[in-house]
Design a protein around this ligand. Structure first.
Ligand code: NAD
Length: 177
């Protein structure tokens, strides 16, 4: 296939942390396009209850999890796209951080809206066990000492252990009173 015929899609996420829902969306996209650009959103956020992990730590998790899942490294790119305080220009900024792409896979209403307004083809994906495969649910379980290991790839557990992620989440969830 000539380079001009490569079909390339985008998947934007905060990946706080990367879980089996994200992996299923990626596999769904890879059944439809040749290459996927995984965009780490809000890379400037970390050390909070909703965004515990740094951009570098999320890059670490994604890289290890995709390798573990035997996804060919020629089929994906991982980039960062910092948030901007102006939704109207976010897509053009994100485009400047990515290889060229033609289609966006997302279930996030704002993301879908902004890309459609910018003229991109946007497709929703099926929801894969959304109640459990949810980063919010995983962070809740991590804080309440419930099972979260079954919701993320093994490689993500190893990364979170290496960076002391559980201890960090529990620390930032505390108050000073
Ligand atoms: P996320 O990690 O929560 O989700 C990533 C994608 O995976 C979403 O489309 C979500 O719907 C999908 N998903 C998650 N679990 C799934 C499951 N079980 N089954 C099917 N789909 C599933 O990330 P997010 O918060 O949606 O990321 C959006 C990013 O875009 C954020 O970083 C946000 O700040 C950024 N953003 C920035 C601006 C701006 O800067 N102005 C504007 C819009 C969006």
């Amino acid at each position: 296939m000539g380079i001009k015929n490569v079909r390339r899609g985008v998947l934007v996420g905060r990946f706080q942390p990367f879980h089996f829902g994200h992996l299923s969306v990626l596999n769904y996209a890879l059944e439809r396009v040749d290459e996927v650009i995984l965009v780490i959103g809000s890379p400037q956020l970390s050390h909070s209850i909703d965004n515990p992990f740094t951009a570098g730590e999320r890059l670490f998790m994604l890289t290890k999890a995709l390798h573990e899942a035997n996804i060919d490294s020629e089929q994906f790119y991982i980039v960062h796209a910092p948030d901007v305080h102006n939704n109207a220009i976010w897509v053009s900024f994100l485009v400047s951080m990515c290889p060229p792409f033609h289609i966006v896979y997302s279930n996030n209403p704002l993301v879908k809206r902004l890309f459609r307004e910018a003229g991109f083809q946007v497709e929703e994906t099926p929801l894969f066990n959304r109640e459990k495969f949810s980063a919010t649910e995983i962070r809740r379980r991590m804080q309440s000492n419930e099972d979260w290991h079954s919701l993320v790839p093994k490689a993500v557990i190893t990364c979170i252990q290496e960076i002391g992620g559980l201890e960090r989440l529990n620390d930032v969830a505390q108050t000073d009173v």
